[in-house]
Ligand binder design. Structure first.
Ligand SMILES: NC(=O)c1ccc[n+]([C@@H]2O[C@H](COP(=O)([O-])OP(=O)(O)OC[C@H]3O[C@@H](n4cnc5c(N)ncnc54)[C@H](O)[C@@H]3O)[C@@H](O)[C@H]2O)c1
Length: 401
């Protein structure tokens, strides 16, 4: 079976690395630099070792390409491209549309086409299938399925093999072939009754996290106003063995999923006349968190940040990854600068970002910990400035939420 995966980022490369144990994989990406690196055995994704990639290449089971014609003989094609929000915060399916164009224009035999990108219910049936048919030069009958990806990059306890995978085909034949494909490298396949259920389940999983993160962020502000530790309260509540799930406060949500996916659900809800009040409000609370943190820091420092040397520690959106997409550090830095602070940042995992580079962890008036990588020593953080504000709850002895 020949498998092509469109998009060789966090999702596409992760699938490629696992599936290449069983199938011949062509990893298609429109970014030629990424393709070149991958073919040299260099992985750009946390959790995928370059040594694993090299061994897949050596065994002839993996190659990367940016040539559409390399997809022509595929039996299975997986779509794993970005699904961001547009400038006016609407679902942006332009990457999916381009992927459909690549498939339509190049695929010369009937194939199973599986979407793993996150999108709203109806994307497979009403967007992907018609788009591929529109771009196809001949009338080939493909099979279509959805299997939303649940990978958490950098996580070691759950991976492609032991994370249950939802799936559904547009037809029973598509569902059957999808099960056959994933069962080679995934232990637990959960078939649902329609692609729309699988698409909506993925959005709801991430919305559940977004809303609960907003709730705990609001609660952190309430606890502070009451003069009690939010962390002690959460630990106390978490002793209840049922009906409670612990989320911890932070500077906001980041990454490609939690700040984005719930809006896909909200837009669809509102198109159907249902107000998505929780989702919209949760987004506002999470975005507002950066402002709250800067207000707290300012209040602790005599109400004045003008001219202060502020070091933001950790700009990745979560620990131990270099991913800065939608990172909460961006808004924290913006608010600090608009208050007149002179801001630099330390994050050796990220290295460079927005034309700026990581600076040494020392010599600031104020340090603000937004993300704490395991490699960054707590004592060094505390020694980097006379005043340290920690938004992660991991730096004992610092001020914090
Ligand atoms: N990152 C995650 O943790 C995660 C988890 C679950 C689901 N998802 C979803 O998976 C999808 C992909 O996310 P990602 O994090 O892998 O994105 P990514 O940005 O890491 O990778 C996407 C890759 O696709 C390439 N690309 C874009 N358009 C293309 C096209 N038309 N043809 C070929 N290549 C193209 C880009 O160059 C990039 O290398 C999104 O819908 C996302 O919401 C992501």
């Amino acid at each position: 079976m020949k498998v092509a995966i469109i998009g060789q980022g966090y999702v596409g490369l992760t699938i490629a690395a696992f599936a290449a144990e069983f199938f011949e994989i062509v990893g298609f990406d429109s970014n030629e630099k990424v393709v070149q690196q991958l073919n040299q055995g260099i992985s750009h994704i946390e959790g995928i070792d370059s040594s694993l990639l090299s061994s897949r290449i050596k065994s002839g089971m993996y190659k990367a390409t940016s040539h559409g014609e390399d997809l022509s003989q595929s039996d299975v094609i997986i779509i794993a491209v970005p699904t961001p929000l547009s400038k006016d915060r609407q679902p942006d399916l332009s990457f999916i549309d381009l992927a459909c164009k690549t498939i339509g224009q190049n695929l010369s035999n009937p194939a199973l086409i599986i979407n793993e990108s996150t999108s709203f219910p109806g994307t497979l049936r009403k967007f992907i299938k018609p788009a591929i048919e529109k771009y196809s030069t001949s009338q080939i009958g493909h099979l279509y399925a959805i299997s939303p990806e649940r990978v958490d990059p950098g996580r070691t306890d759950f991976n492609q093999k032991n994370t249950p995978r939802l799936f559904s085909g547009l037809t029973p034949e598509a569902s059957g072939k999808t099960r056959e494909f994933y069962s080679k490298f995934c232990d637990n396949l959960v078939e649902v009754s329609s692609p729309e259920v699988a698409e909506a389940a993925k959005l709801f999983e991430n919305t559940f996290r977004q809303v609960n993160i907003a709730l705990v962020n609001e609660f952190a502000q309430i606890a502070h106003s009451l003069g009690i530790s939010v962390y002690e309260i959460l630990d106390a509540a978490n002793t209840k063995p049922y009906g409670f799930m612990k989320f911890t406060p932070s500077a906001g949500v980041g990454g490609h999923c939690i700040p984005v996916d719930p809006t896909y659900l909200a837009v669809v809800a509102e198109e159907h006349g249902v107000p998505a009040t929780f989702i919209r409000r949760a987004n506002e609370v999470n975005l507002e968190m950066s402002n709250y943190i800067v207000r707290r820091i300012s209040a602790d420092n005599g109400g004045e940040l003008n001219g202060k040397n502020v070091l933001v520690v950790g700009v990745a959106y979560k620990p131990n990854v270099a991913d800065v997409r939608e990172t909460a550090a961006e808004l924290v830095i913006e608010h600090l600068r608009s208050n007149g602070a002179v801001v630099s940042w330390h994050d050796e995992v990220v290295g460079t970002w927005r034309g700026e580079s990581s600076v040494p962890l020392q010599g600031a008036d104020i340090a603000v910990v937004v993300t704490k990588h395991d490699s960054v020593d707590e004592k060094r953080i505390l020694a980097s400035a006379p005043y340290v504000f920690d938004t992660t709850g991991k730096v004992k002895g610092a001020r914090g939420l």
